[in-house]
Design a protein around this ligand. Structure first.
Ligand SMILES: [Ca+2]
Ligand SMILES: [Ca+2]
Length: 239
């Protein structure tokens, strides 16, 4: 009897240890994937001298003119798009940008290359009509569920292991206005709130992007990182 009880207790302890170990390993794999996407964004910046723009996830494409639609669209030479990235009231993330700009998932009529790959991207979110071809910055060819559509999606998203779309956040620092005691310095106030207080974090003040998996609970709240929904988020800030 005593032996049976001990065996049951031991079995329970082993089960918990194995389950915890598996969860830790899965989260490490996930963190690595999020980091790989972040590295892809840095490689894009090195190659083209700007970060991939934020695509409008609701209406990503103008199918009549074959244009890619960027948040705060750029009919005015980019000022509205910049103001969008400086405005804390905007959500400032996209789930479709990186499949378009890191993998080139769009067809030839949009990015110049049928299937994966693309011609030179431009800061306004369009692609060159000719010139050298770029291959995807991130190879997901052996892992098809990592870059996949769900439901009625026209454009796939990078997906975490819980099948959630991984978000690409972008923001632009602003300067303190004339008359402010810190005039000329970078304002610390406008990184998205879910990344925490920029005051003590140079990456938040000066960096301009983050890659985010919603984690196991598949929720991201527009609240500080200590909010319940955000505790399990997997976040990679710009280097
Ligand atoms: Ca393509
Ligand atoms: Ca979460």
């Amino acid at each position: 009897m005593v032996v049976t009880v001990i065996i049951i207790i031991l079995a329970g302890l082993i089960f918990v240890a194995v389950a915890t170990g598996l969860r830790t390993a899965r989260e490490a794999t996930e963190r690595q994937f999020v980091r790989n996407i972040s590295t892809g964004v840095e490689q894009f910046k090195q190659a083209f001298k700007f970060y991939p723009p934020l695509v409008d996830d609701t209406t990503p494409l103008d199918t009549a003119t074959k244009r890619i639609l960027v948040q705060g669209d750029t009919g005015d030479g980019g000022l509205a798009a910049l103001q969008y990235l400086q405005n804390p009231a905007q959500p400032r993330f996209s789930e479709r940008s990186l499949p378009i700009f890191l993998a080139g998932v769009l067809g030839q009529e949009y990015d110049g290359v049928e299937g994966s790959g693309f011609l030179a991207p431009q800061p306004d979110g369009q692609f060159a009509k000719s010139g050298p071809r770029t291959d995807p910055f991130l190879d997901t060819s052996r892992d098809a569920e990592r870059l996949a559509r769900t439901g009625g999606d026209t454009i796939p998203a990078y997906r975490d292991r819980w099948n959630g779309a991984i978000r690409y956040y972008r923001w632009e620092p602003t300067k303190y206005p004339k008359g402010h005691p810190q005039f000329g310095e970078t304002s610390s106030g406008n990184a998205p709130v879910l990344f925490g207080d920029p005051a003590g974090n140079a990456k938040l003040r000066d960096g301009g992007f983050a890659i985010v998996s919603a984690g196991r609970n598949q929720r991201i709240a527009n609240s500080p990182p200590t909010a319940d929904d955000n505790l399990d988020n997997i976040v990679e800030l710009a280097q």
